[in-house]
Design a protein. Structure first.
Length: 228
């Protein structure tokens, strides 16, 4: 292997995150759930039946700043986004979601909730792409016996200990409610730990090609000088 190629590979390797590097924890949760309760249907134009499938995703940043730092038992954070699909309809946050953590301590349950909607202090949600002021949706969790150790946003380890509290869609002007508390799948991933594969690969390939090209040019120059 030529010195030029070695240097090119070394330059590309610098871009790959190592285990020792500290990154913000951006957690993405994906889930599927079944509708367990409906009141005053249709709700936001959605007319589900019990057992219908709801798919959802929410993302939050564990490095988000607590908007209520004076209360050690309650954390309020604005970060990330939320998305739901149900019966061909889509509900999505149009701005940062709000996350609330209650660290009540044993023997009381700790709480973790994410909410979206004007009444919850966030931007209006998008219902099938249309900003809607009278709508909200959110996800609630409990931690039995006060297992959370602070009012910080839950880590991946914390999420694994949580129970479903209440997942809901609400149309506020008619008290329409859809609950989907029966989770059939649930996964959480730290997406900040995943490098950008396309950009890293392209940069690395480009650096290697440039190094190989430089080595070839030097060899051609030496051959030309030797035969001159």
């Amino acid at each position: 292997m030529t010195r030029a190629v070695q240097l090119a590979l070394a330059s590309a390797a610098v871009l790959v995150p190592t285990a020792g590097q500290v990154q913000a924890a951006i957690i993405q949760v994906d889930f599927d759930a079944e509708v367990t309760f409906v009141h005053n249907s249709p709700v936001l134009g959605i007319s589900p039946s019990l057992g219908d499938l709801v798919s959802g995703t929410f993302v939050y940043n564990t490095d988000a700043v607590d908007a209520d730092p004076g209360d050690p038992s309650r954390g309020i954070y604005f970060s990330g986004s939320s998305l739901l699909t149900i019966n061909g309809h889509t509900l999505a946050s149009s701005g940062p979601s709000i996350q609330v953590v209650f660290d009540n301590g044993p023997p009381f349950n700790d709480l973790f909730g994410l909410q979206n909607g004007v009444s919850q202090g966030t931007s209006p949600i998008l219902v099938d792409g249309v900003l809607t002021n009278n709508a909200r949706f959110g996800f609630g969790f409990t931690q039995p016996s006060g297992g959370l150790t602070s009012d910080s946003l839950p880590t991946l380890a914390d999420l694994s200990t949580l129970d479903v509290g209440q997942f809901q869609i609400v149309q506020e002007d008619k008290n329409g409610v859809i609950l989907f508390n029966n989770l059939t799948s649930f996964s959480a991933t730290d997406i900040s730990a995943v490098p950008e594969p396309s950009s890293l690969a392209l940069f690395g390939i480009g650096a290697c090609v440039a190094g190989v090209g430089a080595a070839c040019r030097r060899r051609r120059k030496k051959c030309q000088e030797a035969t001159a």
